[in-house]
Write a protein that binds this ligand. Structure first.
Ligand code: WT7
Length: 664
């Protein structure tokens, strides 16, 4: 928790305030700060009653719950425990017989620009048929199914079909390597993989099934009995007889009706792996009832969703944002949403803006990294500037995944939102299931770079290392003092790690988010100052430094030691810097360049391209104390290019600092 104290201390003074327009306040579901404060007061007054009411209003229960919150085995909290429901029925069946039934659920735009639309009724038929195909493969309630799919309607169908039969899905982002896939299959004990032959991104055809084959060939995956392959492109892929089936084969003859299986509210809807501060990714386990409630409710609260909205969250289904705000939330809320297969820069960096115009998008939700890269592109090429597209359909903008710097916020506000659309800067995590701290479009005066205030019922606070409250203006550790319905339930296979990582004893039973934060003196607004553990945020993707270090030292023929730190980066938020000691003489010049490339490619193979270090520095050693501990704070300074002003008297080998400071 002590690794990056600068994250706790930095303070920013931001005086610009943008209150919501009167007309927006009037039409909003949570109207004005009075509306917000009333909900917060209701949650304070009767915490369980507050959540019970919302859960009854927003979720369709097969069997109503009688217990709201069970704290008897804290921190393994249970919500709505004796209730039963089905997540897919709450996203699809619920709309049948209402006007939503014939409404477009998904506007899908492929990488090449081809557009297809699917109504709620059609989506229900697809999901039901796929659910029957899963059952025909012997997959049943409680089984884990690994999903390794491109951003397509079929990806969402696969997730919903698992939910429909009570199977727990574990989606792995299509950019992760065979090795990462194999580790997740083994940890989850998955019985099947759902994948595609290839994925299309930026005009390129990239393999998925080939990587699945490679993962399964690495061994230890004997639990896998079935691999279902969506043929996204015409290119053939290897198929193993008896194990692999195309979607077409699996779906043939299956009915488009399938009764949803009611499960207990605590039944694991999914496991999603994310990086922590040790080498091994954590399988974050989410519930069905509490998770679904929050997915639906935050669509209504944070985005103030109206029946004619065209919602677009650009996140991939491989991340939590794509779970809550693509696969579940928009459907549970009965929205029309855009799903985009490709990348924001293909065929040009105006793609997002052109798509907003084409589909008359009203709510647009993306990551600061994407915004920053599109600012850069628009500055270099006026033809991809948002002013070339008609963005008048937009009414709300969102930001997610990392802190948004005030400059990017202002650009987004002016050039995309036309100074008329509120920006909801949503702070949350894989573990929180949905939004935690965010402005409400019709209530909260906005301050650039601040995620403002917690949602009603979410008891966030800033404390010191002993769990004592910090006054406004003083930075500290972000915690949540009370449980909430969509919180992580445990780490799959590792309840001890769950307790240790999120509920450390010294913090009085509070949930530890792992971020530093500060509240402003005037409004008490939260601003996230960055992770306080060994987790990096690169382009909104979460990476563990230890994970990358483990990957580097796994190259045993070459690497003796490695230390990985982050440094600030204008475009990606943070960049990965690796300090490496080789088993041979320290390389310089071309040799250093060539070995650095080799190591980058190696990390891409071990984890995935997103984990490639941007900088690699070679040294004969790493800066260590006399007891042999690597001094990471010095490495962070070197990575930033700072002159070392810290005390280095405990350092065993001070000369090494100069050497590591040199680029090759
Ligand atoms: C970490 C969680 C939220 C879903 C996508 C990322 C950082 C996230 C914000 C924000 C500042 C943010 C935090 C957090 N983060 N949103 N609006 N402002 N920081 O989920 O991969 O689990 O990462 O992302 O550091 O702990 P994740």
């Amino acid at each position: 928790m002590s690794s990056s104290s600068s994250a706790i201390q930095s303070v920013l003074v931001e005086n610009r305030v943008f209150p919501p327009a009167e007309s927006v306040v009037k039409a909003a579901r949570i109207s004005g700060m009075d509306g917000y404060n009333a909900l917060c007061a209701a949650a304070e007054k009767d915490f369980e009653g507050f959540w019970a009411k919302l859960a009854r209003e927003n979720v369709v229960w097969n069997k109503p719950f009688t217990r709201t919150l069970d704290e008897s085995n804290a921190p393994f909290y249970k919500w709505f425990d004796d209730g039963e429901l089905n997540a897919s029925a709450n996203c699809l069946d619920k709309h049948i017989g209402t006007p939503v039934e014939s409404k477009t659920a998904i506007i899908f735009e492929a990488d090449d620009g081809a557009v297809t639309k699917v109504s709620y009724k059609e989506l229900l038929a697809k999901v039901s048929q796929f659910a029957n195909a899963l059952k025909a493969q012997g997959i049943k309630k409680g089984d884990r199914v690994l999903v390794y799919m491109p951003m397509t309607v079929e990806g969402v169908v696969a997730m919903q079909a698992c939910a429909r039969i009570g199977a727990t899905h574990s989606v792995v982002f299509g950019g992760f390597s065979a090795k990462s896939l194999q580790e997740r299959i083994i940890d989850a004990g998955a019985v099947a993989v759902i994948t595609a032959n290839y994925q299309m991104r930026g005009g390129k055809e990239l393999p998925l099934k080939g990587i699945v084959d490679e993962a399964l060939a690495m061994g230890g995956c004997d639990t896998i009995k079935t691999v279902l392959v969506y043929q996204r492109t015409a290119t053939a892929c290897n198929m193993v007889a008896g194990r692999d089936k195309t979607f077409a084969e699996a779906l043939a003859g299956q009915s488009t009706e399938c009764a949803p299986v009611a499960v207990g509210a605590e039944h694991p809807l999914f496991i999603l792996y994310t990086s922590g501060s040790t080498g091994k990714p954590k399988g974050v386990q989410h519930s069905t009832g509490g998770y679904l409630l929050w997915a639906k409710l935050t669509m209504d609260w944070t985005f103030d969703l109206k029946s004619d909205d065209i919602f677009w969250c650009t996140a991939d289904i491989g991340w939590i944002t794509g779970h809550t705000y693509v696969a579940y939330g928009p459907l549970a809320a009965g929205a029309t949403q855009i799903i985009f297969e490709g990348v924001p820069t293909f065929p040009n960096a105006g793609r997002f803006w052109q798509m907003i115009e084409r589909h008359k998008c009203t709510i647009f939700y993306t990551a600061p990294t994407a915004i920053r890269s599109l600012i850069k592109a628009a500055e270099g090429d006026a033809s991809v500037h948002p002013d070339r597209s008609d963005l008048s359909s937009l009414r709300i903008l969102g930001s997610v995944g990392e802190p948004i710097n005030p400059e990017a916020w202002m650009w987004y506000y002016k050039n995309v939102g036309g100074e008329r659309c509120p920006i909801v800067d949503t702070f949350w995590q894989t573990e929180t299931g949905g939004h935690m701290i965010t402005p409400l479009p019709g209530a909260t005066p906005l301050v650039p770079g601040s995620c403002t205030l917690p949602l009603p019922g979410i008891m966030t606070a800033i404390v010191d290392e002993a769990g004592n409250d910090m006054p406004n203006g003083a930075g500290g550790i972000l915690v949540v003092k009370k449980p909430w319905p969509s919180m992580i339930r445990t780490i799959w296979n590792d309840p001890e790690r769950f307790k240790k990582s999120y509920f450390p004893e010294e913090l009085k039973g509070y949930y530890l988010a792992g971020d530093g934060a500060v509240r402003s003196e005037d409004r008490g607004y939260f601003r996230i100052t960055g992770r306080i553990d060994d987790v990096l945020n690169v382009s909104g993707h979460r990476m563990g430094t230890m994970e990358i270090e483990s990957a580097l030292v796994a190259k045993t023929d070459l690497v003796a030691e490695a230390a990985v730190v982050g440094r600030p980066d204008d475009l990606t938020g943070e960049a990965i810097c690796a300090f490496v000691v080789l088993k041979r003489a320290r390389p310089t010049g071309d040799e250093a360049k060539q070995i650095a490339k080799e190591l980058r490619d190696w990390v891409a193979k071990e984890i995935g391209p997103i984990a490639k270090p941007k900088d690699i520095r070679f040294g004969e050693n790493l800066p260590k104390t006399r007891s042999g501990k690597i001094m990471r704070r010095l490495l962070r300074s070197i990575a930033k290019g700072e002159t070392i002003t810290q005390d280095t008297s405990t350092l065993e080998n001070p000369a090494i600092l100069d050497q590591l400071g040199q680029a090759y």
